[in-house]
Write a protein that binds this ligand. Structure first.
Ligand SMILES: [Zn+2]
Length: 289
């Protein structure tokens, strides 16, 4: 499994926590037709869909990017010791896979300068915090945690109505520790890191673009989950807050990077999860590099 990519003056590492069949494909993509799937079954199985169960295979991972100036972790995955009763593979888990993968890539938790979240869903904030003496503390003690203000405000409102566990145990403790920054979409870090607003999956969802003066790499978060969505950008998943906006965002994102040299680093595509966007008919593919 390829886990490191170099592009100009940056190195990108995948830190994989889990990769497995998640939930039935046709529930996950409710408007996917049998015909569309049959056309693509030969390459979707088994890497993108488990033929035994019919479950869509998703990878759950962070990216760590070393720029000439900073070490930046994007999306902090699932986490340990967190009560997630609806997801047995995530619930109260205690394995060392994630921190071992971080170490294997050459990083300790002290090396991370910034943590950035594309959005604040459960599988993108988990390792923001870890349990220490019964309290949630920032996992990366020296990092500034960068959250998009619009996304943070949305989940603050939701959490005020009824507690959202991943927000309460993986975002608010970072705020209480004063390690966070709430930023607008014009935020930059040095001359290498920028934000691309990509609403739909969640209202304040962002992609993160990196490279000196141009997008050598883009981290697309959850604006797409399965390579089927590059071929059929209109397919939204059942967890998209605004499916129509997500579909519009997806097509414009794919058009923006189509036939460029930008490395597209997806959150959930099956391994190797990274590729370049190429045109295919009236749609796109994410071609392995
Ligand atoms: Zn996700």
């Amino acid at each position: 499994m390829r886990t490191a990519f170099t592009v100009n003056d940056m190195t990108i590492h995948r830190i994989v926590e889990q990769e497995h069949g998640f939930t039935p494909l046709f529930e996950f993509l409710p408007t996917l037709t049998k015909e569309q799937y049959e056309e693509n079954r030969s390459w979707m199985e088994p890497a993108g869909c488990d033929p035994k169960t019919g479950n869509v295979v998703l990878c759950f991972q962070s990216y760590v990017v070393k720029t000439p100036h900073h070490t930046i972790l994007i999306d902090s995955c699932i986490g340990n010791d967190k009560p997630r009763p609806n997801r047995p593979k995530w619930n109260m888990k205690t394995d060392d896979t994630y921190l071992r993968a971080l170490g294997a890539a050459g990083f300790s938790v002290d090396d991370i300068d910034f943590v950035m979240c594309t959005h604040l869903h459960v599988d993108h904030v988990g390792w923001n915090t870890r349990l220490q003496n019964g309290r949630w503390v920032p996992t990366f003690p020296k990092a500034r945690y960068v959250f998009a203000r619009q996304e943070f405000d949305y989940w603050s409102e939701q959490n005020a109505k009824a507690e959202i566990p991943p927000f309460a145990d993986s975002v608010l403790p970072v705020v209480e520790a004063r390690r966070h920054e709430l930023v607008g979409n014009d935020h930059q870090i040095g001359d290498h890191v920028r934000i691309l607003p990509t609403p739909g999956h969640t209202p304040g969802h962002i992609a993160i673009t990196m490279g000196r003066g141009k997008d050598d790499a883009v981290f697309s978060g959850d604006l797409m989950h399965s390579p089927l969505q590059t071929l059929y950008p209109e397919l939204s998943i059942k967890f998209d807050v605004d499916p129509a906006a997500a579909a519009k965002t997806r097509r414009s994102f794919l058009e923006r990077y189509c036939d460029t040299d930008t490395l597209c680093c997806t959150a959930h595509f099956p391994s190797p999860s990274v590729g370049k966007i190429r045109r295919k008919g009236s749609a796109f593919v994410c071609a392995a590099v």
